[in-house]
Design a protein around this ligand. Structure first.
Ligand code: IPM
Ligand code: MG
Length: 347
């Protein structure tokens, strides 16, 4: 079990530290954790947010446990040197095309959402976001229009195989959950989306047991706060998925609790909390490590098929929450180490 540990920037090292303690406590045979530098931390040390050494470590491992990248002090750098390029580069270089972002309300935390508790308590959904294509990775640049105006452009495109692959991931996920899949696009305006929709419908023929629906992204944003309980699995492109997954996380009211998996074909994956580097509270022992600990659980489940161990971690976190152990993000006072200790005790 060779696992890369890329803690990154801001609160990354603190929260990853607790997740590592949890992994080590499980006595997994052959567990070998290899650290590597990413993000602003890597830029400061090696002059690049995703150094070749780091990529090499990633390639030699079965999975990556990731913290966060992002550092306001480096936002002036050219785009290819900014901390965010570490995660974009890993996604692209390692073919991490499927991002799974579950959003569920933990028992007893219904009061934390900005939605009415009775609406929020119905949320149990999974966003499957495509990660390798779309406007994120299309040709981008600056140019001058014929009449001399500065112009920026980012090309949005999806090839049919890219859509087919993520559609299969989403249909399979829906099959293992509530059996419902909603594909989100903007097919009333975008040609990219029309192709997306056509291909999703083609793939649906192989999953007659999954109920497929389609929704425009603007309506999906509205439905997520109006009646989130209607969703089981949502599949969408890179850009829409970026936005909707942040929205879904706030609907459950606890960004410090949400884990995510970015999967390649096969079992390789990168696992990270969906919150960012939170530079405002970095280094103070205040960050809630639960999302990272839950990401480690996803890692055991998806990359190593260790369902029992994953469930054990999830139960330990749930138990700590029920017992009232809450970080600042949940309106509580528990610090990073204290939360880690509580989860370990329950484990
Ligand atoms: C995310 C983040 C990234 C993204 C950034 C850090 C590049 O917002 O994982 O959702 O836009 O994909
Ligand atoms: Mg995002």
């Amino acid at each position: 079990m060779r696992i890369a540990v890329f803690a990154g920037d801001g609160i990354g090292p603190e929260v990853v530290g607790e997740a590592v303690r949890v992994l080590e406590a499980l006595d997994l045979p052959g567990l070998d954790l290899i650290e590597g530098d990413v993000g602003g931390a890597a830029y400061r040390k090696h002059g690049h947010p995703l150094p070749a050494e780091t990529l090499e470590i990633a390639r030699s491992c079965g999975a990556i446990l990731f913290g966060a990248v992002g550092d306001f002090d480096l936002d002036h750098l050219e785009r290819h040197l900014r901390p965010e390029q570490a995660v974009l580069g890993l996604r692209k270089e390692l073919g991490l095309f499927a991002n799974l972002r579950p959003a569920t309300v933990f028992e007893g935390l219904e009061d934390l959402t900005t939605l009415r508790a009775e609406v929020a308590s119905t949320i149990d959904l999974l966003i499957v976001r495509e990660l390798n294509g779309d406007v994120y990775f299309g040709e981008k640049g600056r140019r001058t229009t014929p009449d001399g105006r500065r112009e920026g452009y980012d090309i949005m495109s999806y090839a049919e195989d890219e859509v087919r692959r993520i559609a299969h991931t989403a249909f399979t996920a829906a099959r293992g959950r509530g059996g419902k899949l909603c594909s989100v696009d903007k097919a009333n305006v975008l040609e990219t989306s029309q192709l997306w929709r056509d291909v999703v419908i083609e793939v649906a023929a192989e999953y007659p047991d999954v109920e497929l629906s389609h929704m425009y992204v603007d309506n999906a944003a509205m439905q997520l706060v109006k009646n989130p309980g209607q969703f089981d699995v949502i599949v969408t492109g890179n850009m829409f998925g970026d936005i909707l997954s942040d929205q879904a996380s706030m609907c459950v009211g606890s960004i410090g609790l949400l884990a995510s998996a970015s999967l390649a074909e096969g079992t390789f994956g990168l696992y990270e909390p969906i919150h960012g580097s939170a530079p405002d509270i970095a280094g103070q022992g205040l960050a809630n490590p639960m999302a990272t600990i839950l990401s480690a659980a996803m890692l055991l489940r998806h990359s190593y098929q260790l369902e029992a161990e994953a469930a054990r971690i999830e139960a330990a976190v749930a138990k700590a929450l029920t017992a009232g152990v809450r970080g600042g993000d949940l309106g509580g006072k528990a610090g990073t180490r204290e939360i880690g200790d509580a989860v370990l005790a329950n484990l």
